[in-house]
Design a protein around this ligand. Structure first.
Ligand SMILES: Nc1nc2c(c(=O)[nH]1)N[C@H]1C(S)=C(S)[C@@H](COP(=O)(O)O)O[C@H]1N2
Ligand SMILES: [Mo]
Length: 207
């Protein structure tokens, strides 16, 4: 076994076709929502074990166990940021607090204005998948998702909604906002799964 194959001009640590970005650009669709602390909550719903729902207001969310993970952000428009330190609540914490029914295979992560992204349960429960409130020790700014955004370092960054509001447990896969609009249902940057036309049978629900 040698080094992983890399085409000329590609940098180690960068998925194929990506380039490093200096600084941290802001990328999203639509306006930046205004945070209203007394109106904000974060909910877990859908196919929970026993059918309960649970939600946390901002104060309660801020009191959940805090950890840090190191992870990349790969935007499908080809820029990447490597090795940021994200602080917040790891996604699997919610699976412990509100266990899913045994039939759950996928989740839909919901954000302000109805933005959503679907993930396989295994990607959601990966140890570095985190609801980040901080980056490199600083609270997120409004444009980057304050008060919380999901980071899934091993998926393209559209799978990490900013301004998250909750998670729906699902017993079958369903496409989220970009997955319905031409982007790949799985979105693995290491396999360069950018567009839905690249999907193979089994990668996602019929379009
Ligand atoms: N709510 C919401 N979250 C979103 C998006 C969006 O349009 N709305 N865009 C995604 C995309 S495509 C990227 S690349 C990242 C960018 O995060 P950043 O602006 O913090 O760099 O946010 C993701 N999260
Ligand atoms: Mo993106």
């Amino acid at each position: 076994m040698g080094q992983p194959e890399s085409q000329e001009g590609e940098q180690p640590g960068l998925p194929p076709g990506q380039r490093l970005q200096r600084g941290w650009p802001v990328t999203h669709y639509g306006p930046v929502p205004r945070f209203k602390p007394d109106r904000w909550d974060f909910g877990i719903f859908g196919a929970t074990l026993g059918g309960d729902k649970r939600s946390w207001n901002h104060e309660e969310f801020s009191a959940l166990p805090y950890s840090t993970v190191v992870g990349d952000l790969h935007c499908v428009t080809k820029f990447s940021m490597l090795g940021a330190e994200w602080g917040g609540v790891v996604a699997r914490t919610f699976l412990e607090l509100v266990p899913p029914a045994p039939e759950v295979t996928h989740v839909m992560v919901w954000a302000e204005y109805g933005y959503s992204a679907n993930l396989r349960l295994c990607d959601f429960e990966a140890e570095h998948t985190i609801f980040a409130t901080h980056k490199d020790g600083e609270p997120l700014t409004a444009e980057h998702g304050f008060p919380a955004r999901l980071v899934v370092p091993h998926r393209y960054a559209w799978k990490g909604p900013k301004w998250v509001r909750g998670v729906e447990y699902m017993t079958a896969d369903r496409r989220g906002f970009w997955e319905e609009r031409g982007y790949h249902n799985i979105g693995d940057p290491w396999r360069e799964q950018r567009y839905s036309y690249q999907e193979e049978p089994g990668d996602g629900p019929e379009l």
